[in-house]
Write a protein of this length. Structure first.
Length: 334
């Protein structure tokens, strides 16, 4: 079975409904929804559809769209259950609009890629940053899907195309950019990834969600023939000697020195607003963790045990930031 055939049938299988029976077999509906084909995935793959019966004679590893749908069915109940599989879709919360142009966040790319069958991603360093090459790092990323597709791209990072906060993490930024470019090809999206931008501060901004820019005085253009206007100086007033007042001994009071109060310049700080690090895990992150766990052969209970071991709480009680770390942890697990 060629990769093109597998990808074509996998795309058609996305909208099919699956029903898991008590004996572990499946009933998968046809494209028109009029009939359901018995499918077995235990041991030898089999289906009663004409496509499978026609191609199995010449290709023992052939998989029709009904078999692919059954393999992707995640229902874990022993009794009959219906699972409607939806097409991969990008969650709008991963899209960032800047001045009328949409950008996609890296975690949104990763979530969409897993929906499209991402199973492996490798990154290698092509060039290490040195003084001779202007501290520029170059990485190559290779993304592979369960359908045998491979997407390769490179990413670069240097002090010239990153901000000061990222300048000390050049290699990691080059790696992230290379993965983002490969995932964009895999997901077939033309939106630029936020991490690919030259200055992340223009996107992330300060704590209040707005970019903080230093205010500098405007420079006035002064032609060579014109001299700057002189600033008028107010003449100093003549100082008069203080008149001493003589008082009787009974009325003389001790001199009190004025209390000096220090005035510190008031710093202008942005209002505190939530940064999102303490927000609850999103549905997209939960779905991504469940999909990765299933590919790793892990049950929901095992995922919860691993989350409690790493962060002290179950998967559904993780924060958004902890969920991202936990997702990377189970993706790189052996």
């Amino acid at each position: 079975m060629t990769t093109e055939q597998l990808v074509k049938r996998a795309d058609r299988s996305q909208a099919l409904k699956c029903m898991r029976l008590k004996d572990g077999t499946f009933l998968v509906e046809s494209s028109d929804g009029k009939i359901m084909y018995p499918v077995s995935i235990n041991g030898t793959l089999s289906c009663t559809c004409a496509d499978f019966q026609r191609n199995k004679k010449t290709d023992t590893a052939f998989q029709c769209k009904h078999i692919i749908a059954a393999l992707e069915c995640t229902t874990g109940e022993e009794t009959a259950d219906v699972s409607e599989r939806k097409k991969p879709r990008l969650n709008p919360e991963f899209i960032l609009n800047l001045q009328g142009k949409d950008f996609i966040k890296y975690n949104g790319l990763l979530d969409l890629a897993h929906q499209k069958g991402l199973i492996k991603m490798d990154v290698e360093i092509v060039q290490y940053p040195t003084v001779e090459n202007g501290n520029e790092a170059v990485c190559r990323a290779i993304a592979e899907t369960k359908f045998g597709e491979r997407y390769v791209d490179i990413g670069d990072a240097s002090p010239k195309n990153t901000n000061k906060m990222i300048a000390s993490h050049i290699i990691r930024m080059a790696s992230t950019r290379s993965k983002a470019r490969a995932l964009r090809d895999l997901c077939n999206t033309g939106m630029t990834c936020v991490e690919e931008l030259g200055d992340l501060n223009d996107v992330i901004g300060s704590d209040n969600g707005k970019t903080v820019k230093s205010i500098k005085p405007a420079k006035k253009d002064v032609s060579p023939d014109t001299k700057p206007a002189a600033i008028p100086v107010e003449p100093e007033k003549p100082k008069l000697a203080p008149v001493k007042e003589v008082k009787s001994p009974e009325t003389v009071k001790p001199k009190q020195e004025p209390v000096k109060t220090e005035t510190k310049p008031q710093s202008i700080q942005p209002k505190d607003q939530p940064t999102g690090n303490g927000s609850k895990v999103s549905e997209a992150q939960l779905r991504a963790m469940m999909n990765v766990g299933r590919r790793r052969g892990m049950t929901i209970a095992e995922l919860d045990d691993l989350a409690k071991k790493e962060f002290g709480v179950a998967v559904q009680e993780l924060t958004s930031a902890s969920a991202s770390q936990f997702l990377k942890r189970i993706q790189t697990a052996a």
